[in-house]
Design a binder for this molecule. Sequence first.
Ligand code: ADP
Ligand code: ASP
Ligand code: MG
Length: 880
Amino acid sequence: MVCKMDHGIAIGCVPVWGKRQSCYAQLYAPVADPLQKEPEERTPLPKGNMWSIHKFGGTCVGTSQRIQNVANIIINDDSDRKLVVVSAMSKVTDMMYDLIYKAQSRDESYLSALDAVLEKHKLTAMNLLDGNDLASFLSRLHHDISNLKAMLHAIYIAGHATESFSDFVVGHGELWSAQILSSVVRKQGVECNWMDTRDVLIVNPTNSNQVDPDILESERRLESWFSKNPSRIIIATGFIASTPQNIPTTLKRDGSDFSAAIMGALFMARQVTIWTDVDGVYSADPRKVSKAVILRKLSYQEAWEMSYFGANVLHPRTIIPVMRYDIPIVIRNIFNLSAPGTTICRLPADENGDSKQLKSLVKGFATIDNLALVNVEGTGMAGVPGTADDIFGAVKDVGANVIMISQASSEHSVCFAVPEKEVNAVAEALQSRFCQALDAGRISQIEVIHNCSILAAVGQKMASTPGVSATLFNALAKANINVRAIAQGCSEYNITVVLKQEDCIRALRAVHSRFYLSKTTIAMGIIGPGLIGSTFLDQLRDQAGVLKEEFNIDLCVMGITGSRTMVLNDSGIDLPRWRELKKEKGEVANLEKFVQHVHGNHFIPNTVLVDCTEDSSVASRYYEWLCKGIHIITPNKKANSGPLDQYLKLRALQRQSYTHYFYEATVGAGLPIISTLQGLLETGDKILRIEGIFSGTLSYIFSNFIGTRAFSEVVGEAKEADYTEPDPRDDLSGTDVARKVIILARECGLKLELDNIPVQSLVPEPLRASATAEEFMQQLPQFDQDMAKNRQDAEAAGEVLRYVGVVDAVNKTGLVELRRYKNDHPFAQLSGSDNIIAFTTSRYKQQPLIVRGPGAGAQVTAGGVFNDVLRLASYLGAPS
Ligand code: ADP
Ligand code: ASP
Ligand code: MG
């Protein structure tokens, strides 16, 4: 080892306690050398309930004002004795790591970065302290900074920093915050001592970037420290410690929680309170799941599992030391003192387990990103003892951290997750360890799957309670999320799944809302706020509250787009104001961006697009949307009556996925026609024929074409009453009815195209090319004669005229035409603009099954769309 002295700093050597006396003695040496001979008179260390431990995280001491606030909390705590563990001011540890990174990358800006660190602490101290306290802190600070400068200079020259060097540098944030805080407390007239925990906490490094506390040695040093600093209030540095050889080290990132827990155990304290910036432990990371809820109580095991799997509100190592003495940990929010926080303690067995409610079985969810999955597969592994040992031996040799393991019971494959940054080394080690087995084909492959995340569901007894994992996987399937691997620990405390990183947040939200909120939340995007779309939005506005309160369904309209403008909102559009908002806040419509917003940029696991247009270009996007897991609901007939191959592709996709495509309102508006047909088919009935009056407009016209009235007069009346399209030829041509016939025919399995359906148009041949609707209406009376003749013939035979669509499932054909029906036929009884549809099937052969009712109009069509939305909600788990 090269030991070159530069500015009094040893490069390549680590600052050792003994040596520190010479180099750094005045810097952090409030106490004498802990290794020196014990003094004769000792103040014994009192232990037990009189002590309470507080830990203040970086955000709690982020500014001078916050430090003052912490001092007040300490002073107001009426415990007999207090030990306060404090983190570095927020961001400072990152700044310190950055200094090292810069210096070893030979980037001179470490100097200005160090100045920023100095400035931050100087200003804070000047805001809070004065007189001697300030002077003495500033002199220590300058001293530390000039030493750090020398040390960083050495690192800069060497282009490298050892781990001990880094640990020594980065721990300064805690040294400064603890000293400032203790001076502030003293300034209030309350006596206290600050503790450099490197004098007390002794830890042994392990090979997995963790340290293990040496409790016995730490106790000995604590007693020694206390005998020299007998205090009722101690302000101790978090994060830092020493090795048994007195080399400064740290408890690794976020380690101050762990420091507090070790202190709790050393003092056998009454309680450890961890102060942070959230109200407690949430059922999921509140930054990812806005509807996460605070958990009031957690068992030690549950808290450990949550933190191990990524809930960084608590360091995972925090639990073990306190658990030994049953010391409760309370997580509290320094910015919201009225919140009671989360208590982590030993829970009686029946506190969780006896209730079989999902909510009490699953406490929370956590995720870890940036993982890779390694899959070792081969038939030669089965029954060969030691394979797992070999695999994990190789992994251990490269020092990689295995986060979860899953082995199929057939023993054909072992798969495990490691941090992405370690996976290449792991894969190489496995390739070389198993090179013979690979050559011989006993192991077929060592596969690496990159960009994975782990999602863990945590809760006491959950893994052994039937139904919990089914619910979990069901929620994932419904959110269209593919699970790569599963592990269910025998511990009964967690179920872990590995998924693609890009799916992770959506998965988290899906399972969270399924278990925790037991509420079905759906993000909606409304395309086409025309007559039907806007009626639907108004119905939704009037009903949303009831759905939420009574049925636990939360429908959130994230965006509304017309053909020119769209309005988007991250937390849901205020429906009573959607028209104004679209006018005031509308932006240029862009369907791509719209869909991305509704599906991607929010906290809701399920998305539905409601297409209220009549546009075939919108319909042609359904396939792509369904592929993305977006549900579709529409009254737009274009997709189901468009090109057959596209229709078949769409249906095939829908059948093999958990994504839903509902289109009840394409035929008969709100009448249950598609669902009746599907019900018959699914229960094994055979459709023979479907015949019906599918056009509300033509139904109205022929119901009123009676007595002496002329056909053109009735058409004119229907147009006046807005029953027809602006150009009545669109109704009279029969194309719309033909589309409905095609939709029903295809539903029955007939492979027909629109032009396979013969359609009798009621637009007289010479008028098909008339330029405008007005011209058409003017000329129509010239043809009244023909229609009157038709009617008279029918009447003479005791019949009426009806314009119908027919699906002949036996002969696999369909048609649309004007037909005559006996006066007592159900079709002859129709009034207004009602639709009527008769299903003749194997079961309903003598008497067809008839569905009848208003089949046109914005209210009933929008109602049909709404009904599909509620059907979707119930498919997604809403109570029925
Ligand atoms: P401190 O600096 O006080 O130690 P941390 O940033 O380490 O604070 O931890 C608190 C943060 O943990 C919260 O701000 C929150 O964003 C995050 N967090 C992640 N998962 C959870 C969870 N399940 N419950 C609460 N907070 C969580
Ligand atoms: N300051 C250290 C870190 O940021 C330790 C902590 O705050 O828990 O990692
Ligand atoms: Mg923390």
